[in-house]
Design a protein around this ligand. Structure first.
Ligand code: FAD
Ligand code: 2HG
Ligand code: ZN
Length: 475
């Protein structure tokens, strides 16, 4: 195994010494995760500038048995993008590979390098009068490569699907340096296994994604949104069903927000005004978008709200009167994640169950949490339209974060995951596995599933060089 100095010397010759970092002061930001919960170290942090350089770096690492942790914007919430301590790995960060390669408005495709940030991809699409619809709170930092590697979701999945649905082709460098490419942007191609899908959601364990061709959509000309008070999650589920029937594809987002989540984010934003009076126990942020006239879309939203009120599912609503109102609503929603981080962190359960089971799941899991960790604040929110809630119990205000998490994290998350499992749900709906959920997989995947996952891993990465210790539980 080469030393750090030998590794730096060899890889500097490929990427240039300015792009191969080894001093702790330079590497720390790449070896510490977004929430500063996971801290590792690296032989070097390598910043390649092209697919050719990635290929050469991988070929050298393959020849010398050096492990590689692929990294994009390092916004993973699961500890997936940083090496573990003494792992003998390099970090391969794609941020220099940030060029848009082309936009084809007739084929509605966007070709780019994997290090383009999500906000960069969205801006490039917008510049051509198109929409790239993936929308997540970390869009300014996360990269398309990371979005693909985690099969990212977010707040527009209801209408457009998650990353897996939004990609037509990828280029990936394999652990031995060979380059796989399907960068053709075809919408139909039934010529055997759809190999690109293997890399999507593989969390850096099978290859380094270096480029992609993404799908574009018409840019909406109208957007209408409302924060809606509902009595409970059951009323929210009914309202969603009504909205889908009345407004069909206009329904773009349907996000549930509990009272504790709203209070937390308003405090975090320096005493922001909640959108609805009277602290409702449950709220929904519903957004419609369309390519027609604004007043028509507003009328659709109004009709759904009225019908929802008649049925007793809508108790109150604050309707955005301008684009800046819409943005203010979304700020309240998007900042809930960082608001929790600032408190020292919550018990993160990023779960999905069949949509119709969400109300019973929330009720049952909340009761269980109050038995195990009385007084927990119930920060429950997220992408209800996809059956995905962030069920994140948070310490009571007067209990120190470390004490709360040490005492309750394991027991509470195990209890919640087991309720999810009983309802045929998923213990990680959109954030992936990383290290945070790695060992839990053994409980929730069948023997056949785990064996197949390992067979795929060994077929593509027989030496186990890529992202060691992540996603796959030890067999
Ligand atoms: P990283 O964190 O750098 O890496 C994530 C994983 O992908 C790691 O396993 C890494 O090894 C691998 N990887 C990264 N780049 C590559 C590459 N080029 N090739 C191969 N493997 C690679 N996620 C959601 O799904 N929905 C949300 O709504 C959402 N909201 C968020 C809000 C906030 C405030 C934050 C901090 C995070 C949020 N996330 C969300 C989680 C995170 O942003 C996503 O998982 C995102 O897709 C990660 O992208 P990244 O570039 O930061 O990847
Ligand atoms: C969101 O939807 C993100 O805001 C982050 O997926 C969720 O921090 C979280 O638990
Ligand atoms: Zn989310």
């Amino acid at each position: 195994m080469p030393t750090s100095a030998e590794t730096v010397q060899a890889l500097s010759q490929i990427v240039g010494s300015a792009h191969c970092l080894s001093a702790a002061v330079d590497t720390e930001v790449f070896t510490t995760d977004y929430r500063k919960l996971y801290r590792g170290d690296a032989l070097a942090v390598v910043l390649p500038g092209s697919t050719e350089e990635v290929s050469q770096v991988m070929a050298w690492c393959h020849a010398h048995q050096v492990r590689v942790v692929p990294q994009g914007g390092n916004t993973s919430l699961m500890g997936g993008a940083v090496p573990e301590k003494d792992s003998g790995a390099i970090v391969l960060n794609l941020r220099r590979m940030n060029r848009v390669l082309g936009i084809d408005p007739i084929n509605d495709t966007l070709s780019l390098q994997a290090g383009v940030t999500l906000s960069g991809a969205r801006a490039a699409a917008e510049g051509a009068g198109r929409l790239f619809p993936l929308r997540i709170g970390s869009e300014g930092s996360c990269q398309i490569g990371g979005n693909l590697a985690t099969n990212a979701g977010g707040t527009a999945v209801l209408r457009y699907g998650n990353m897996r649905d939004l990609v037509l082709g990828i280029e990936a460098v394999l652990p031995d340096g060979r380059v796989y490419s399907s960068l053709r942007g075809l919408r139909k191609d039934n010529t055997g296994y759809d190999l690109k899908q293997l890399f999507i959601g593989s969390e850096g364990t099978l290859g380094i994604i270096t480029a992609a061709v993404l799908k574009l959509y018409p840019q909406p000309r109208a957007v209408s949104a409302a924060f809606i008070a509902v009595q409970d999650p059951a009323a929210a589920v009914q309202l969603l069903s009504l909205a889908k029937q009345m407004a069909g594809p206009h329904v773009t987002a349907f996000e549930l927000v509990s009272a504790d989540a709203m209070t937390l984010v308003c405090d975090y934003l320096g005493g922001a005004r909640p959108p609805l009076a009277g602290s409702p126990a449950w709220m929904v942020l519903m957004e419609f978008t369309g390519t027609g006239a604004q007043d028509e879309l507003d009328a659709h939203l109004g009709a759904v709200l009225e019908a929802g009120m008649d049925k007793g599912w809508v108790q109150d609503a604050a309707v955005a009167a301008s684009l800046s109102d819409v943005q203010a609503f979304w700020r309240l929603r998007e900042e809930i994640s960082d608001a929790q981080t600032r408190t020292g962190g919550s018990i993160k359960c990023d779960v999905s169950v069949p949509l119709s089971d969400i109300p019973a799941f929330i009720e049952e899991a909340s009761a269980r949490v109050q038995q195990l960790a009385p007084g927990s604040r119930m920060v429950i929110y997220g992408h209800m339209g996809d059956g995905n809630v962030h069920f994140n119990p948070l310490r009571p205000a007067d209990v120190p974060a470390r004490d709360y998490l040490d005492a309750h994290y394991h027991e509470v998350s195990t209890a919640v995951d087991s309720l999810v499992h009983q309802r045929q749900g998923s213990i990680s709906a959109e954030h992936g596995i990383g290290v945070a959920k790695r060992d839990d997989l053994r409980l929730y995947k069948s023997e056949v599933e785990l064996a197949l996952m390992w067979q795929v891993k060994r077929a593509l990465d027989p030496q186990g060089l890529l992202n060691p210790g992540k996603m796959l539980p030890t067999p």
